[in-house]
Design a protein around this ligand. Sequence first.
Ligand SMILES: C[S@@+](CC[C@H](N)C(=O)[O-])C[C@H]1O[C@@H](n2cnc3c(N)ncnc32)[C@H](O)[C@@H]1O
Length: 449
Amino acid sequence: MISEARLIAARVLARVWSAEAFAAAALDAELGRRSGMDPRDAGLATELVYGVLRTEAALVARLSALTSKHKLDLPSPIARAHVLMAGYAICFLDRVPAFAAVNEAVGAIRAEGDVRTGSFANAILRKLAAEVEAKGRPSLLEAASASAPGWLRGSLRRSLGRSAAEAYLAAGPVPPPLGLSLALSEDRAAWVTRLREVCPEGTFEEGHASSRAILVRGAGDVRRLQGAGTAWIVQEEGAQVVALALGARRGERVLDACAGRGNKTWLLADEVGPEGAVDAADLYAAKLERLKEGPAGRGARAAYAVDWAARTGAFEDVPRDYDRVLVDAPCSGVGTLRRRPEIALRRTAEDVKRLSELQIAIVRNAATRVKDGGRLVFAVCSVLREEAEEVVERLAGEPSGTGVRLEKQPIEAELPRDILGEGATSFRLLPHVQGTDGYFVAGFLVRKE
Ligand SMILES: C[S@@+](CC[C@H](N)C(=O)[O-])C[C@H]1O[C@@H](n2cnc3c(N)ncnc32)[C@H](O)[C@@H]1O
């Protein structure tokens, strides 16, 4: 009997490899079709997908070494998925006995009508199980690190140091909790109690990084729960911290310059209150439409479709006197690696270089909308130096050519000391430290020349 978790995980992996699907979306679609699935099975499917994607190269190398031709030749993505999932379970999963992992993989491949590949899989997986039995389990940290492409490993080491880079790459593959962002007027402890009552199958706890966060596990689709879209929205805890880092105060005028669908806009509007104003801008009008339809739509004053880099679209219409501007810039997304492991397979060093140039252009032009003496916060969901310190140094060090000067400035927000040190002008969030996605955030003072 082949578990549903494995069948689902195999289909998702095959789609990621052969149809360039995003693992999270493919997994959501598969799990969404099975509403009655045991959460433990859903958890196993998730861990197998993410785990295999994070350790793929190391698993392939290890299994290849056990074949006569030193090559893992498998005829289909589904067969490859079953073999690598079994390899992952044998190497890294305590709760799955090796013989069960082998039998399920072999059974699943044979069930596809491929007896020959089933026998091949049986032979190499048994060898692997015997090797692990004799020598012990390999290190997940090393396997995840060895599986990252060379450019990413190198960049992470330069950005974080060697051991933090390894810990970063190994963070996950257990799925992170879902974050809820609570409105300022709401009492967090009372909501934790209430949500526990209405959804006893889930776990709800207060987050540490964001004073508004409630972290949820095992609750299924939370959007059905009380308060959704009014008292709280779904927002990853690190994303909340990014919005909080702008330090928006009651009554201020704020621009969310790369607002997307407006998750951070919602939080900013909540902070400035009805006596302030929050405007949103983004390259894509379609995203701004979604923003207007969602919870942020109730709080945002105006939405501008602007290409900040090209200075086109509604560029000239956007006011020039905001107290604060948040630039949540497009980036490599390396900070979301634990939830989107396929990023490591698809992004290149050239992408990072191109994106850092785009970030600089966007910030310089968006900064023209800040009043003299106002604040700009630049954020990326990346932790790489190329999209972080190197961008900041160029923004603060080179003439902007747009009539504004950007000076590094301590971030004014109230955030825990282990995130924002006294007087710090920038900070990182790291999954293996704060439990959030990875982010880099920097504060600037804007001077008009
Ligand atoms: C990291 S996402 C923002 C996410 C959003 N703030 C949120 O909290 O959901 C970056 C956004 O920048 C937008 N963008 C990319 N290039 C842009 C440009 N040249 N001008 C304006 N917006 C741009 C993208 O459409 C995307 O929505």
